[in-house]
Design a protein around this ligand. Structure first.
Ligand SMILES: Nc1ncnc2c1ncn2[C@@H]1O[C@H](COP(=O)(O)O)[C@@H](OP(=O)(O)O)[C@H]1O
Ligand SMILES: [Mg+2]
Length: 374
């Protein structure tokens, strides 16, 4: 019974992330048009109170995921924790923006049947869209089931035409049961789509994938993103077996403000890492570990910053089921049971493709922390 219901949740989550990713691809294309070079993406981008950008895609994805989850599972007991709210979108001066969100949402939902998802009888009105976005106001917690959504993770990467991710997870009683990551700009080797993406070899590269995993299954999967529909195939993902730091690739946030590059460079150096760090926006870093393109992901934010569950939940379960390990800098599992924030996080986050590298980094943190300036 339990397994069966989770199958339905996984199926819905994967399909809606495909649909949401298709919306993002279209919005990102519009942002790149010459008419969008006026600093606010032709009206598609707005600044939040903390000056970080929010776009038509952030609200559009949140509306779509919320609407589909409500259709499939009903609104009673539906708890969704998500990044965006309706505050700025419902202001009178945002009417144009709300119109753009409505258009993007209705365009995407008109194709929902091609993804095996329900579709509205008639286009959603602004009221329905604000309701769907506003419904995602849960704060999670230790008990019950909570969907956790980052509609566009790495919004800065998104507006810069770079990497970003759509991240959806399901948490029950504080444990992440399943995670889905849409990575519309992630390069995937064609051989990889057939055989597991850590296989090397010359050959063409396609763009975009959706990765997903169910807790305890010992399997993480990847599907290609295909325009206008749902793919038939999925391939198994395996994290890298490289355990020699000399051969390892470390990835980290692009923005210095989000992680201390100097500190992580010192750690990497002390363990013998030689490759330059791979700097990537968003949870795509977890995707890179899960599919064997990198071995280590480190994020050491300023001590005043509190990490949010939607920035990690989906990535953690996918990396772990692909064979990797994720913990805080003290080696403890991340705690998704305390609400919106990863409370009690010890200094930083370390995701590795295997325990050998993970143990080495935890040891390096221990050795170097005293002398760090964090
Ligand atoms: N000062 C800060 N320190 C650390 N992380 C931060 C931060 N400000 C924002 N972030 C988080 O870092 C995420 C981007 O990750 P990365 O830097 O790895 O690309 C942001 O996600 P959003 O883009 O969804 O807001 C945001 O949640
Ligand atoms: Mg985010």
């Amino acid at each position: 019974m339990e397994v069966e219901s989770l199958a339905r949740e996984m199926e819905t989550a994967v399909r809606v992330v495909h649909l949401a990713s298709s919306l993002c691809v279209k919005v990102q294309e519009k942002l790149r048009l010459p008419s969008s070079t006026n600093g606010n993406g032709g009206g598609h981008v707005k600044s939040k109170d903390d000056d970080s950008p929010v776009t038509v895609a952030d609200w559009g994805v949140q509306a779509i995921v919320s609407w589909v989850l409500a259709e499939v599972f009903g609104t009673q007991n539906l708890s969704i924790v998500a990044e965006e709210d309706t505050d700025s979108l419902s202001k009178s001066e945002s009417l144009g923006l709300l119109d753009s969100v409505s258009n993007a949402v209705n365009e995407a939902l008109s194709e929902a049947h091609k993804y095996g998802l329900p579709k509205p009888d008639k286009p959603l009105g602004s009221h329905d869209i604000l309701k769907a976005i506003g419904r995602c106001n849960s704060t999670g917690g230790p008990k019950g089931r909570h969907w956790v959504l980052d509609p566009v993770d790495g919004t800065l990467g998104f507006v810069r035409g770079d990497q970003y991710a759509v991240a959806l997870a399901l948490i029950e009683d504080g444990k992440v049961l399943l995670g889905v990551l849409g990575c519309p700009n992630y390069p995937v080797k064609k051989e990889g789509l057939r055989n597991g993406c850590n296989q090397s070899g010359a050959g063409s590269v396609s763009k975009g994938c959706v990765m997903y995993a169910k807790r305890g299954s010992g399997q993480a999967w990847m599907q290609p993103l295909i325009p206008g529909g749902y793919p038939e195939s999925a391939t198994l993902l395996k994290a890298s077996k490289v355990d020699d730091p000399v051969l390892a690739t470390v990835c980290e946030p692009v923005e210095r403000a989000n992680s201390n590059h100097l500190f992580t460079a010192g750690l990497a150096n002390s363990m013998g890492v030689r490759n330059q760090p791979m700097r990537v926006y968003s949870m795509v870093k977890y995707a890179a570990i899960a599919c064997g393109d990198a071995e280590v992901f480190m994020k050491f934010a300023q001590s005043s910053y509190k990490e949010k569950i939607w920035d990690h939940a989906a990535g953690v379960v996918i990396v772990e089921e692909a064979g990797g390990v994720v913990s805080d800098a003290g080696g403890r599992k991340l705690d998704f049971s305390k609400g919106v924030y990863l409370e009690g996080l010890d200094r930083g986050i370390i995701a590795c493709s295997n325990t050998v590298l993970h143990d080495k980094i935890i040891g390096a943190v221990y050795a170097s922390w005293e002398s760090s300036s964090l």
